[in-house]
Design a protein around this ligand. Structure first.
Ligand SMILES: [Mg+2]
Length: 154
């Protein structure tokens, strides 16, 4: 079976190396060092899932996710937040922002990461990307929903 591809957006080289150590045997992994590089390269890389660091220089992971959800080529992809800010309420905040899952760093149990990836890839396999319609949502509260295009307020 063709190996699935994971896009990693992570500015810290040590963390990228660690992710490669966890993932290389199972998946193809393509790296991006920051948000703009990821948004530029992800459509052509065409990964099956994205691991997105929250703390990135310039444009943080939540902003990168917003752009991913507005891009018809990317918005169907499962995205897992990676964050060192393991504060209470983080998980809820990030899931509300539209992330599919949340993994806190440092990753002490690679099984948790691998399980989350496998589960989201299984879900994705059953859902053709074309099935996700573009929607327009006016309320800011709906902004975080996947596939929701935010109407520009006049
Ligand atoms: Mg970082």
């Amino acid at each position: 079976m063709k190996r699935m591809k994971i896009g990693v957006v992570e500015d810290n080289e040590d963390n990228r190396l660690l992710l490669h150590a966890f993932l290389d045997e199972l998946y193809k992994v393509v790296d991006f060092e920051d948000g703009p590089a990821a948004l530029d390269g992800l459509p052509a890389a065409s990964p099956d899932l994205i691991l997105l660091d929250i703390s990135l220089p310039g444009m943080d992971g939540v902003e990168v996710l917003e752009q991913i959800r507005l891009d018809g080529r990317l918005r169907h992809l499962p995205v897992i937040a990676l964050t060192a800010h393991a504060m209470s309420g983080d998980r809820e905040r990030l899931l509300a922002a539209g992330f599919d899952e949340y993994i806190s760093k440092p990753i002490v149990d690679e099984g948790v990461l691998l399980e989350a990836i496998a589960r989201l890839l299984d879900r994705k396999r059953g859902t053709p990307p074309v099935a996700v319609p573009a929607r327009t949502c006016v309320e800011p509260a709906k902004k975080a929903e996947a596939g929701c295009r935010v109407a520009v307020a006049s």
